[in-house]
Design a protein around this ligand. Structure first.
Ligand code: NOJ
Length: 469
C-alpha cells in the first residue's frame, strides 16, 4: 500500500500540553494556568501543565524524537500568553519569540515542515477577564495576535491553523463549562462563543490574504474535531436523519459557513430555532450572521483540516421536555457498539476515518484535506510494548489508504496525536496519547519510544504499509 509520492507524515502537540514553563521568562497567565492552580479536583489528581513535558527547556529532546520518527511535518501551537503576556501587542515578550524561532528554524534545517496552530485552548487570562470568547471584542484581539504571528514567523511558516477544534472548545468552555473559564451557559454560551470563533477565524484569514499571502505564499485553515456517526438502526429513517443532524451539528456547523456560504447549516438553524421557541425564547438561541458577515466568512480556508478519533451510533431522540443543550437541540442520542474496544471516550473504529474523509470530499467539493490529529490513548501505567495500539494505527492507515486509493479523497497530510505523552486537559497525565513515553515523575522528563513509534517510523520510511488492499 504505497501512499502518493510526497504524502505528509506528521505528529502534533499543543503548547499548554507539552511546554511547561508556565511563568518562565515573562510568560503571562493563560486560562489553563488559572484553572489548574485553583485545584478543586476538576482535573485528574489536581495535576497541572506547570512543567508538563518540559518542552520549553527540552525542545532539543523533542527534535530528537521528531527526527527519530522521520516526520515530514510537525504540528505545534504557539502560546499566545508566552508571546503577548496580556494578550495584546502592547507588550511583546522577546523570549517567547526566540523560543518559537528556534523550533521553526530547527525544523526547517532538518527538512521538516512546521504546521503552526495559533490558538489551542489557552486564552490569555487578561483577555478572558474582558469577556473572552463570549465578547465580540475577542475578534479584534485575535486578529491582531494572528497578524503579529504572521509577520513574525510567516517568512518561514507556510501552513497555519488559526483555531484548534472550535467545536469542542466552545462546548466545553462556555456551554457545559468543564474547561476554563468554566462558565456554563447551557444551550447559549457555546453558540455565542462559536459565533465569535468563526468571525475571528475569518477576520484573520482575510488579514493573511490581504497583508501577507502575496509575499509569504502560505495557507491558512481552521481545524475541526471530526468523528463519524452511524445510524443506530440503519433501517430506521428517523435514525438516519438523526445521524445527518449529528454530523451537521458537529462538523458542518463550522465547515459550511467557512467553506461554502458563510452561514450555518439549515438543519442546525431550524432545530435550534424550534427548540428555542418551545422553551419560550423570543428568538433562536443560535445567533445569526448578517449578510455582510456571511460574505466575510465564506471561503476563508485554504485546505480542510480535521481530526478523527472515534465513532458513535446515533438514535433519534425527540426533545419532549424541551430541555436545554446541544444534544437536545439536535434531538440525538449517542451510543456505542458492544464490540468496539475503548479507552475512555475513544472507541476504536478505524473505518470511521474513511467515512468521515469521504463525507468531507463529497460535501466540500473534494478539498485538500489534512488530518491534523488522530490517535488512541493508553491508560497509566502505559506499556512500551503497545502492540494492540499499533494494530489500531495500522488499521487506521489501511482505511486512510482506501480513502485515497478507492474514494479518491484528496488527503495530503496525516498527523498523529501526539508526539509525546502529555497533559491531557482534565484527564491530566492519566491518558497517554504519545508515540513517546514521558516519565512525569523524573525531573529530566525522559522520552522513550513506544513500539508504535518504531513502527510509525517504518511506515514513514516506506511511505506506506506492507501488503495489498
Ligand atoms: C484534541 C485536542 O486538540 C488535543 O488537545 C487533545 O489532547 C486530543 N484531542 C486528545 O483528546
Amino acid at each position: 500500500m504505497a501512499f502518493p509520492a510526497g504524502f505528509g507524515w506528521g505528529a502534533a502537540t499543543a503548547a499548554y500540553q507539552v511546554e511547561g514553563g508556565w511563568n518562565a521568562d515573562g510568560k503571562g497567565l493563560s486560562v489553563w494556568d488559572t484553572f489548574t492552580h485553583q485545584g478543586g479536583e476538576r482535573v485528574f489528581k489536581n495535576q497541572t501543565g506547570d512543567v508538563a513535558c518540559g518542552s520549553y527547556t527540552l525542545w532539543e529532546e523533542d527534535l530528537k524524537c521528531i527526527k527519530q520518527l522521520g516526520l515530514t511535518h510537525y504540528r505545534f501551537s504557539l502560546s499566545w500568553s508566552r508571546l503577548l503576556p496580556d494578550g495584546t501587542t502592547g507588550f511583546i515578550n522577546q523570549k517567547g519569540i526566540d523560543y518559537y524561532n528556534k523550533i521553526i528554524d530547527d525544523l526547517l534545517a532538518n527538512g521538516i515542515i512546521p504546521i503552526v496552530t495559533l490558538y489551542h485552548f489557552d486564552l490569555p487570562q487578561a483577555l478572558e477577564d474582558q469577556g473572552g470568547w463570549l465578547s465580540e471584542a475577542i475578534i479584534d484581539s485575535f486578529d491582531r495576535y494572528a497578524q503579529f504571528c504572521f509577520s513574525t514567523f510567516g517568512d518561514r511558516v507556510k501552513q497555519w491553523i488559526t483555531i484548534n477544534e472550535p467545536n469542542i472548545f466552545s462546548l466545553l468552555t462556555y456551554d457545559i463549562g468543564v474547561f476554563p473559564p468554566c462558565m456554563p451557559h447551557i444551550g447559549t454560551g457555546g453558540y455565542q462563543a462559536a459565533h465569535n470563533l468563526i468571525k475571528a477565524h475569518a477576520r484573520s484569514w482575510h488579514s493573511y490574504d490581504s497583508l501577507f499571502r502575496k509575499e509569504q505564499k502560505g495557507m491558512v485553515s481552521i481545524t475541526i474535531f471530526g468523528g463519524w456517526v452511524e445510524p443506530a438502526d440503519p433501517d430506521s429513517l428517523a435514525d438516519r436523519e438523526a445521524a445527518q443532524r449529528a454530523i451537521a451539528f458537529l462538523v458542518d456547523f463550522f465547515a459550511k459557513p467557512i467553506f461554502i456560504d458563510g452561514d450555518y447549516p439549515e438543519v442546525v438553524k431550524s432545530q435550534v430555532a424550534s427548540m428555542s421557541k418551545k422553551q419560550g425564547y423570543p428568538s433562536s438561541r443560535l445567533p445569526e450572521f448578517t449578510e455582510e458577515e456571511k460574505k466575510m466568512i465564506k471561503g476563508t480556508a485554504d485546505f480542510f483540516a480535521v481530526h478523527y478519533y472515534t465513532t458513535r451510533l446515533v438514535k433519534h431522540q425527540e426533545n419532549k421536555k424541551a430541555e436545554l443543550g446541544v444534544f437536545f437541540d439536535a434531538e440525538i442520542e449517542l451510543s456505542t457498539h458492544p464490540s468496539w474496544k475503548n479507552m475512555k471516550w475513544v472507541y476504536v473504529v478505524p473505518w470511521g476515518i474513511r467515512k468521515l474523509l469521504k463525507y468531507i470530499a463529497d460535501m466540500y467539493n473534494n478539498p485538500v484535506i489534512y488530518i491534523t490529529e488522530n490517535g488512541f490513548p493508553q491508560g497509566d501505567p502505559a506499556t512500551l510494548d503497545d502492540t494492540q495500539r499499533w494494530e489500531y494505527f495500522k488499521q487506521t492507515f489501511q482505511e486512510v489508504f482506501k480513502a485515497i486509493q478507492l474514494d479518491k479523497v484528496n488527503l495530503k497530510v496525516y498527523c498523529t496525536w501526539s508526539l509525546l505523552d502529555n497533559f491531557e486537559w482534565t484527564d491530566g497525565y492519566s491518558l497517554r496519547f504519545g508515540l513517546f513515553h514521558v516519565d512525569f515523575e523524573d525531573p529530566a522528563r525522559p522520552r522513550v519510544p513506544y513500539k508504535s513509534a518504531k513502527e510509525y517510523a517504518k511506515i514513514i520510511r516506506n511511505n506506506g504499509l506492507e501488503g495489498d488492499l
